[in-house]
Ligand binder design. Structure first.
Ligand code: SF4
Ligand code: SF4
Length: 158
């Protein structure tokens, strides 16, 4: 089972995707034919019913031309306004799959959705090397085995 991913809706991952998610034409009210440039696929985007006012306000997106054209600020969050019809790669994206804590509860690093460790702690990096070796030897259910493998070294994953 994959680790739970809690998107904090910071918008960081979509801030530079304006060249990758292109609106080709408007085909109806709040409905657009779009191209997902990286995969070369087209998709129909419908602005979520509860985000149409957000989408209609173009102030922020004009100031952030590199951002995905469907990204908008909402209070302290920056949100996707086509959550229900966004392309598959957006739905699958997870920037962080686990945060790693020492036995006394200090965050020591995190693992991204591409399964890369981000940590400056040498002990954790050494433990992660072991995890990578174990996963390379047996790739099955890799993601669900990360937490138990790190637990052997006293780390806790959330
Ligand atoms: S996936 Fe990550 S970077 Fe993107 S909005 Fe969510 S928390 Fe932010
Ligand atoms: S469609 Fe939504 S999730 Fe995908 S890049 Fe644009 S704002 Fe981000």
């Amino acid at each position: 089972m994959a680790m739970a991913f809690d998107c904090r809706q910071c918008g960081r991952c979509c801030m530079h995707l304006g060249d990758y998610i292109e609106i080709e034409r408007e085909v109806g009210p709040f409905e657009f034919t779009c191209c997902s440039v990286s995969s070369g696929t087209t998709f129909t985007a419908r602005v979520d019913a509860d985000k149409q006012d957000l989408f209609s306000d173009r102030t922020w997106i004009r100031e952030h031309p590199a951002a995905c054209p469907f990204l908008r600020p909402s209070g302290t969050r920056i949100v996707c306004t086509i959550h229900h019809t966004s392309p598959a790669q957006c739905k699958a994206y997870r920037c962080v799959i686990a945060r790693i804590y020492s036995p006394d509860g200090v965050e020591m690093g995190y693992i991204t959705g591409t399964r890369a460790l981000h940590s400056s702690d040498p002990a954790l990096r050494a433990a992660w090397d072991e995890v990578e070796r174990a996963i390379a030897a047996c790739p099955e259910d890799a993601e669900s085995r990360i937490a138990p493998l790190l637990a052997r070294r006293g780390y806790r994953c959330e």
